[in-house]
Design a protein around this ligand. Structure first.
Ligand code: DOR
Ligand code: ZN
Length: 343
């Protein structure tokens, strides 16, 4: 049987929620990844070091006893964040980064930033304290076509941020377009990007052709095939600016299969297997380890993990749901075949 052994990977963009859902989803991540960068868009958002410490404790409680997993915490940047809070966060060794959501751009982003220029003093503080800024790179402008919102964000905000804060490390999270890939490639070494499994594996036909498929709906929305091909090329290029971040975003099935279904694909159940499939299709399995296990850690200036994980080419069927009753979650590729399996 064909197998692939790589250094233990990190998920550099993960939503695990809190409460009951956390208990369902966290073991899926912990069995594959040594660490994950945890998104702070809870209700209410995680904006202070004290909240992050409480949340971190709750996550650690959900790690099964036989697994070794470290949550890497982030704080939610708001217009009320202070320079002092950034200083405290930087000194903590707990907070790895701040996350910028444009207000209204996505799930739980109402506390996000409406006027990005107005928070430039905060970006200066992040740059000064050498804390990375993680960006949801989409404008929330209702007049902007949903398929153009990433490009509009780059042109309107990101290009200017990069010029104004040349030493600020920025991760353009979940890039979805050729334009975003080119922007990151052409920018300096301080600018990197995460790529999700769904944006590597699917184009917008998966979401919209032959019936609307809510479990393929996420933000930024899945784009046309030419963009998918650019993402695959970037992820498999060996360029350390591009690394693994699933953006696994669990929502209970009833909130996805809904007249107004919410955004987020649940991929944590099979994250590494999904990426392996994408890399295998591109005949680039030899590039998976750098993407999954080295480049993210290097960008965050964390030590690379010790230990390994092994995948084997061995087809299996993804369950239709995970979790109990009302809180059940429909995973990406539910009832479908995956060709790689974590040993
Ligand atoms: O699809 C998404 N879901 N995109 C995001 O940016 C947020 C996430 C969530 O938290 O559900
Ligand atoms: Zn996310």
């Amino acid at each position: 049987m064909k197998t692939l052994t790589i250094n233990r990977p990190d998920d550099c963009h993960l939503h695990v929620r809190n409460g009951e859902i956390l208990k369902t989803v966290l073991p899926h991540t912990a069995r594959q990844f040594a660490r994950a960068i945890i998104m702070p868009n809870l209700k209410p958002p995680v904006t202070t070091l004290a909240q992050a410490l409480t949340y971190r404790e709750e996550i650690l409680q959900a790690v099964p006893g036989d697994m070794d997993f470290t949550p890497l915490m982030t704080l939610y940047l708001t217009s009320a964040t202070t320079v002092d809070e950034i200083k405290t966060a930087a000194a903590s060794n707990i907070i790895q980064a701040f996350k910028l959501y444009p207000a209204g751009a996505t799930t739980n982003s109402d506390s996000g930033v409406a006027d990005i220029k107005a928070i430039y003093p905060l970006l200066a503080a992040l740059e000064h304290h050498d804390l990375p800024l993680l960006v949801h790179g989409e404008v929330a402008d209702e007049a902007c076509d949903i398929f153009d919102r990433e490009k509009m964000f780059i042109d309107t905000y990101l290009a200017d941020m990069v010029v104004n804060f040349p030493s600020l490390r920025i991760v353009v999270e979940h890039v979805t377009t050729t334009e975003a890939v080119q922007f990151v490639q052409n920018a300096g070494a301080t600018i990197a990007a995460t790529i999700t499994p769904q944006h590597l594996l699917f184009n917008r036909n998966a979401l919209l052709a032959g019936g609307i498929k809510p479990h393929y709906y996420c933000l930024p929305i899945i784009k046309r095939e030419s963009h998918r091909l650019s993402l695959v090329a970037a992820a498999t290029s060996g360029n350390p600016k591009f690394f693994l971040g699933t953006d696994s975003a669990p929502h209970q099935t009833s909130l996805k299969e809904n007249a107004c279904g919410c955004a987020g694909c649940y991929s944590a159940h099979a994250a590494l297997e999904l990426y392996a499939e994408a890399f295998d299709q591109a005949e680039a399995l030899d590039k998976l380890e750098g993407f999954a296990s080295f480049y993210g850690a290097d960008f965050y200036r964390l030590p690379r993990n010790s230990g390994t994980v092994t995948l084997e080419k061995n087809a299996w069927t993804v369950p239709s749901i995970y979790g109990e009753a009302d809180l059940s979650i429909t995973p990406l590729k539910a009832n479908d075949t995956l060709f790689w399996k974590l040993v």
